[in-house]
Structure formats: structure tokens, C-alpha cells
Design a binder for this molecule. Sequence first.
Ligand SMILES: *C/C=C(C)/C=C/C=C(C)/C=C/C1=C(C)CCCC1(C)C
Length: 232
Amino acid sequence: MDYMLKPEDFVGVTFWIISVSMVASTAFFFLEANSVSKHWQTSVRVAGLVTLIAAVHYYYMRDVWVSTGESPTVYRYIDWLLTVPLQMIEFYLILAAVGAATAGIFWRLLIGTLIMLVGGFMGEAGYINSTVGFIIGMAGWIYILYEVFAGEAAQASAASNSQGMKTAFNSLKWIVSIGWSIYPIGYFLGYLSGAGADPSTLNWVYNLADYINKIAFGVIIWAAAKSDTAKA
Ligand SMILES: *C/C=C(C)/C=C/C=C(C)/C=C/C1=C(C)CCCC1(C)C
């Protein structure tokens, strides 16, 4: 086994860059949480927890990739299983900060997340046919999209009169739709489009997606918190 990163290993380089970026983002979010108003602090800290959990997993995933050239599927999905529900909690917290959250919103987002990840994992790990796994995963994602664009969460956000919350909620909607769409694209390119599995494409696309959806996601929340704090 060879654990050294090679210059021609492009996917390996993306694993390294993201490992370190996750660590730096974690420090940033935890430090900055102290300088925003009280009801935003939990949201900014949860963003820091997401990048912290991802940082730990990225170090392991990177080792799997650099030493074997195989997809670190188990670590990847354990990471997602912890971080995606935390991001769903983030939606809930943003609504809760202005008193607009309900338990139903939280449970529906969580159920959608579980269906999406279980379907994806079963398909990637070979427990079920990869097309079937893809379809189950897509169904879970569409359920989440419905909740944030048209369901109770969307209505609660629209009815609120906090501008900071509305801005944050709207940005999060774009993350969950456009930002998250990179994941099914990665799965499609990795398993369904070519002759066989393509772990290189799969992993660099997933890595790019995590970079955007964990770090940019946190930055959006931090920016909304900052501007709301400045106004108060
Ligand atoms: C921090 C990690 C995040 C935000 C991970 C998000 C993962 C997804 C949105 C995955 C979605 C999938 C589908 C919509 C269908 C195919 C299977 C998945 C799991 C790749």
C-alpha cells in the first residue's frame, strides 16, 4: 500500500484540498458565532459542526482513495447521514429563530433525507440495482424540495416578517435545489452513464458538491446572521 499523494492524482488532490478547507471553515464558523446576535449563534455553530464532521471523514476518505483508488463509499455515507440531517435542522433553526417552525416540518425533512440516503447507499454499495437506488434517492430529494418550495416550511417562511430569516431561507432553498443537484449528477456519471463504474468522476464531482454544499452553505447562514446583527 502506498499512502503518498501523487502529482497526477487529481481526485486525490481534491480530497486533500477539501480536508483542509473543512478544518479552516470549522475554525471560522466557531469563532464567528460569538459575534452574531444570540438567536443566530446556534445556526452558525451547527454550520461549524457540519464542516467539523466532514473534516474528520475527509481525512479518512482521502486515505482510502490515495491508497486504494477506490470509492470511500461507507465513510462518505456515514458523513452524509450525520451532516445532511444537521443541515435539515438548520432549516428548522432558521424558522425557529423567528418563531415559525413546527415539528411536522422537521420530521418531513428528516424522512425525505433518510429515503434519499438509504436509496443512494444501497445502490452504490451494490445491495440493490444502481438504477433502482438512484430512483429511490431522487424520490427522497423531490420530497424535500416539495417541503421547502411549496410545503409547510415554505409557507411558514413566507408568512414571517423577518428579512434576515427570509434571505437565509431563500438562499438555503437554492442550495438544496441547485447545489444538491450536483450529487445525483455525480451518481449518474459514476454509475449509470458509461459502460461501467467510474470512481474518478464520481469522487471529484461529490467532492466539489461537498465543498459548495457544506462550506458555501455555512457562509450563507453566517452572512445572513451578520447582516441581521448589524441591523439590530
Ligand atoms: C454534506 C453532504 C450533503 C449535503 C449531501 C447531500 C447528498 C445528496 C443530496 C444526495 C442525493 C442523491 C440523489 C438525489 C439521488 C442519487 C443518490 C444520492 C444519494 C447521490
